[in-house]
Design a binder for this molecule. Structure first.
Ligand code: SAH
Length: 448
């Protein structure tokens, strides 16, 4: 097989990145945006030893899973990956991603519980982070980066965002034009406004507006005064200064321009404050279902619960009424400040929070003789890693509940726990990021 060959291919499975997979001439062929059951004419784009990449040239017979994508930039913006199949097929595919990860990567055979579905497929994200720039005609655009690139694909109406985000973003672009605020250009590193960041409390409706800029300038205050007078929902407006040539969106310095430094929302019945830099689950009702699963697995009644990678403390606080004591650990200082405030605001007196690296904190807490009954870990995509797992296992807790947004690293980490005597017994996938390739997983590990 060589580049530009046209082959006939039947898609038999999906990778966890949502590429369709078929076999031809003993080679595995990956085809993005295809569906299981598709019969396709595929153009080969790149050939490696045992596998190659292709793109759909023509659909000979469409998969029964196929639906017409309802977004005009689907496939271009790097956001959604599953708008071309039904939601039912998406849930099946995601459940399979998790099974594949645990059996193939982790070599584990836990009980796989049915995937928990998302109730809202549109407008479910409470957070928007959009790069802004200028197109060839000089118009201000905002959108998302194309896959593996920093080219902005303009997007005026992302179906995953609440409608008010579109309205606010449009207004910011109009005001930036009116006030002649320059737009940052990643190549020349000139210009000022880099990103529009919005976060909305799902239940409270409170909105935080954060403008990420290279430098502070007076015109930004004018923009913020205008927009906050027009949108009463914006109760917090900050400027984040990021002068660096970096992929990281937020810089270190933050200036409060209007209202409160953080918004409040409700989660699992608790009042929660969230600063712009604190992690907050992007789909609140789905996260509540996720936390309910974590609680069911944790059985926290009367127990000492160590909540590692705790963000603003939301998981631990959702169990504080039942648990004897909660100890949360998180690396971002702003999130820890929020976590402490959140405990206080809800009259929770049995929770304490430590700002530290989870692995290092585990080591120190072990040395201090802490004996948690339950450890919850909810690491970022890269997972806990072997070193942290080693320390965590040494607590000898009865159960460990792993919450993860990356089934591959979760399976790997559960493999490490397995060697240290913890059996992954139950796994439940939760769909929090519908139409995208991402899936959340909760795992119960029992000391055996
Ligand atoms: N449990 C929280 C947050 C989960 S996201 C919730 O449900 O909202 C993962 C969190 O891990 C983030 O808040 C991130 O800041 C934090 N984190 C990342 N690396 C870490 C580390 N090495 N040690 C401790 N926390 C870390």
């Amino acid at each position: 097989m060589k580049k530009n060959d046209i082959i006939e291919l039947e898609i038999t499975s999906l990778t966890n990145e949502c590429s369709g997979v078929g076999k031809a001439d003993g080679m595995v062929v990956f085809v993005p945006f295809s569906a299981i059951g598709d019969k396709l004419e595929v153009r080969i784009l790149k050939v490696n030893k045992t596998y190659c990449y292709g793109k759909i040239e023509r659909i000979i017979t469409p998969s029964p899973d196929r639906v017409t994508p309802d977004c005009s930039i689907y496939g271009k913006c790097g956001g959604c990956s599953l708008r071309h199949i039904s939601y039912e097929a998406e849930l099946k595919a995601k459940a399979q991603f998790v099974i594949d990860a645990f059996t193939r990567i982790g070599g584990l055979t836990p009980e796989f519980l049915p995937i928990v579905a998302n109730d809202r497929l549109y407008g479910y994200r409470n957070k928007l982070q959009m790069p802004v720039g200028v197109d060839k005609e000089g118009n201000i655009i905002s959108g998302f980066y194309a896959t593996h690139s920093h080219r902005i694909v303009p997007c005026d109406n992302c179906l995953l965002q609440p409608e008010i985000f579109k309205s606010i973003t449009d207004r910011i672009k109009a005001l930036a034009k009116e006030l002649r605020i320059s737009l940052y250009n990643e190549e020349t590193r000139k210009g000022n406004l880099r990103h529009i960041y919005l976060r909305k409390g799902h239940y409270s409706g409170e909105i935080c507006l954060c403008l990420v800029v290279k430098n502070n300038e007076k015109k930004l205050k004018t923009l913020i005064d205008k927009i906050t007078s027009e949108y009463k929902e914006i109760v917090s407006a900050v400027i984040n200064i990021n002068p660096k040539d970096t992929n990281v969106i937020l810089g270190e310095e933050e200036i409060l321009m209007y209202g409160k430094p953080e918004i409040t929302d409700t989660m699992c019945g608790n009042k929660i404050s969230i600063a712009p830099k604190a992690f907050y689950q992007v789909n609140t009702p789905a996260a509540e279902k996720l936390y309910a699963k974590a609680k069911e697995f944790a059985e926290p009644d009367g127990k000492i619960v160590l909540d590692l990678y705790c963000g603003a403390g939301t998981i631990g606080l959702s169990m504080a009424k039942q648990a004897k004591r909660i100890i949360g650990v998180e690396i971002i200082p702003e999130a820890i400040e929020n976590a402490k405030k959140n405990a206080e605001a809800n009259g929770i007196e049995n929770a304490e929070f430590i700002c530290a690296d989870a692995g290092k904190a585990a080591k120190i807490l072990l040395e201090k003789g802490l004996k948690p009954d339950v450890v919850i870990v909810d690491p970022p995509r890269k997972g806990c890693g072997e070193e942290a797992v080693n320390y965590i296992a040494q607590f000898g807790a009865e159960r460990i509940v792993m919450v993860s947004c990356n089934a591959a690293t979760a399976a790997r980490d559960c493999g490490y726990f397995d060697k240290l005597g913890y059996k992954a017994t139950k796994v439940v996938p939760v769909d929090m990021f519908s139409r995208t390739a991402h899936v959340e997983t909760v795992v119960l590990l029992i000391k055996g």
